[in-house]
Design a protein around this ligand. Structure first.
Ligand code: SF4
Length: 224
């Protein structure tokens, strides 16, 4: 198998250059939907701010669920799981996915593998299916699909964190695949400077943004 070359991007934090292609975290698809300029501020300009309480609680909940899962988890390889799931239902948590082709990578909160389909679950703090959250889970679906090369259907799902409440789900079909590839290509264009990072024009988003104190592009009240 050819060796993969991988190194951090010299100017943009969290971006890796893998086999010559920029590779960014799939969670950025969520940030992109909220405000592209926030990615620019944090990762290109290097602005640092403290994490919000919501983020801290989210991380703690992640760790708790992961520890609970690990108590009964059986160690196995990804290939072994795929094979086994052709005849039985399996569950995996914090599954790492990477697509060199699309230049994305991340960890899927939970994957249910069944003989008929894969269900990709992303946990969210609330129960509203924002377009940006849907983009993120579709990004995981795309990376997963690129890794498994399996004919089984893929279902994307959003779940309220810490509960069993799946409040949104949809098949990862041809249209969603095409749309998410086009969005990923947009982010790739931002990274190479072919397009500009656009700030939101929604002042309500700016009001809840943790970067607002250091942002020079805040939307003015009444501008929308
Ligand atoms: S303050 Fe507004 S424009 Fe600035 S990064 Fe946050 S959401 Fe974007």
């Amino acid at each position: 198998m050819p060796k993969t070359s991988s190194q951090p991007h010299p100017e943009i934090s969290q971006v890796m250059i893998i086999d010559g292609r920029n590779n960014f975290p799939i969670s950025w698809l969520n940030k992109q939907g909220y405000c592209e300029y926030s990615i620019y501020l944090e990762n290109v300009r290097g602005v640092e701010v403290k994490p919000t309480l919501k983020m801290v609680i989210g991380t703690e909940e992640h760790t708790r669920l992961e520890m609970e899962f690990q108590k009964d988890a059986e160690p196995t390889t990804f290939e072994g799981m795929l094979e086994k799931s052709l005849t039985t239902e399996l569950l995996s948590r914090e599954l790492p996915v990477i697509s060199k082709l699309y230049g994305i990578r991340g960890y899927i909160d939970e994957v249910w593998m069944t003989p008929d389909q894969f269900i990709i679950i992303d946990d969210k703090p609330g129960n509203r299916a924002f377009a940006s959250s849907i983009n993120q889970v579709y990004g995981y679906c795309l990376a997963f699909q690129d890794m498994v090369k399996d004919e089984r259907n893929i279902v994307a799902a959003l779940r309220e964190r810490g509960t069993d409440n799946i409040f949104w789900s949809a098949y990862f079909d041809e249209k969603s695949e095409k749309d998410i590839i086009s969005l990923i290509n947009r982010v790739q264009d931002l990274l190479i400077g072919k397009k500009d990072f656009i700030p939101t024009s929604n002042p309500r988003k700016c009001r809840s943004c943790r970067l607002k104190i250091k942002c020079d592009m805040k939307a003015k009240p009444g501008s929308r």
